[in-house]
Design a protein around this ligand. Structure first.
Ligand SMILES: [Zn+2]
Length: 387
């Protein structure tokens, strides 16, 4: 963006005129840190976003001043501008961030439906960040079918609801000084709005309302993964810290998962490209060796041989660089033939904590959600904490 356009900032009042709307009162913004709300980062690294709904209201996030309101269906396109500014309909706005809410139907964000409020902020990489602020329990109803299947046995779905609720609580406590509590991607918990809500996901949330996994009275770091491959991993091998409730355990209930066994192969050139110059010198990986495994047999470190260097890489970094959907776990054996590396592994995900497919197997065997959760998280209580 050139200087001329960058300087074309408009005040809220000018924008009201521009939009044909005359509003300038100040409303009190809800406290997102109130304990029944969760701030979910739903989009980042995007240059623009389309927000639409009936009854759209737009506020300056900092002052709370309203400068747009329309009862009819409205579609607004926000674009990132240079200098930590945002453009709306071609005009640079003076506010540093925005709050959008709908007085009627849910908000449509790039075509996906979201509840309540969305904050639009300039991100650090000349991008936009969108943060959905909504009641924690409603977030869980939407999340269930992005993380598990609500049609699975209800005790497994209820266990998922509690694991997800506790995880959100834990991260909200950690990130109170940051603009969001949880990411909507696989790095935290997958959430894609209201589009997959159904009666069974709501039932699982309602029947466990407020229940948390507690260790010595505090919500735990209740991580989970799709399939542990027969043995869960201890938390200390994935994250720095002490997690006495995330110990490795045998899991006999995920054997029927379609993700129990997997194979993946990649040639030395594509592997070098995926790992990048920080790990590989030259055009291809010539050799790979497993240097260290955890007691659950997951790969902790690999040695990468390329033309000029031999470098060690942590197993979890190796998996991230190859892609979580390609190298499905770090519990693998490795062979090489004619420059192609073949991985054969067990499970899908980091394998720490709650095993979703194992929970399904346990529920099929007649176990309730309390029994399921206490199998995967050791020495925990399930209860509510005072608000
Ligand atoms: Zn399992």
């Amino acid at each position: 963006m050139n200087r001329k356009n960058r300087d074309q900032r408009v005040t809220p009042r000018i924008l009201c005129f521009f939009l044909g709307i005359v509003l300038s009162w100040v409303i009190p913004l809800p406290s997102a840190e109130a304990r029944d709300l969760i701030r979910v980062l739903i989009l980042r690294d995007i240059p623009s976003v389309k927000v639409a709904s009936e009854g759209l209201n737009l506020y300056d996030l900092k002052s709370g001043q309203s400068f747009f309101k329309n009862r009819k269906y409205t579609s607004l396109v926000f674009e990132r501008e240079a200098g930590a500014r945002v453009r709306l309909r071609g005009q640079t706005l003076s506010a540093p961030g925005f709050l959008v809410e709908s007085a009627g139907p849910p908000l449509l964000i790039n075509g996906r439906s979201y509840r309540d409020q969305v904050r639009i902020l300039p991100g650090p990489n000349r991008d936009l960040w969108l943060i959905n602020v909504l009641p924690l329990e409603e977030y869980l109803v939407g999340l269930i079918n992005f993380e598990i299947f609500s049609q699975w046995p209800i005790e497994a779905v209820k266990a998922q609801a509690i694991a997800a609720r506790t995880y959100a609580f834990y991260q909200r406590g950690n990130r109170s000084g940051e603009p969001y509590d949880v990411d909507s991607g696989v790095s935290d918990q997958v959430y894609g709005g209201t589009g997959k809500e159904d009666a069974r996901s709501r039932r699982a949330v309602d029947e466990t309302r407020g229940e948390l996994l507690l260790y010595q009275g505090s919500p735990i770091f209740s991580v989970y993964s799709a399939c542990c491959g027969g043995k869960t991993e201890a938390g200390e091998f994935m994250w720095s810290g002490v997690f006495p409730y995330l110990r490795s355990m045998e899991c006999a209930y995920c054997l029927d998962s379609p993700h129990f066994l997997w194979n993946y192969s990649i040639d030395g050139e594509r592997l070098a490209s995926a790992l990048g110059s920080g790990a590989v010198s030259g055009p291809r990986v010539l050799g790979l060796e497993i240097e260290e495994r955890s007691p659950s047999r997951r790969v902790l470190r690999l040695l990468i041989q390329s033309e000029k260097t031999r470098r060690l890489i942590p197993g979890k970094d190796f998996r991230r660089l190859l892609g979580y959907d390609q190298l499905r776990s770090t519990n693998f054996i490795l062979t090489e033939k004619e420059g192609v590396f073949q991985f054969s592994g067990l499970g899908w995900g980091h394998g720490v904590g709650f095993c979703q497919w194992g929970a399904r197997g346990m529920a099929d065997a007649g176990m309730d959600y309390r029994t399921i959760l206490k199998s995967y998280y050791q020495d925990v209580e399930i209860g509510k904490i005072q608000r």
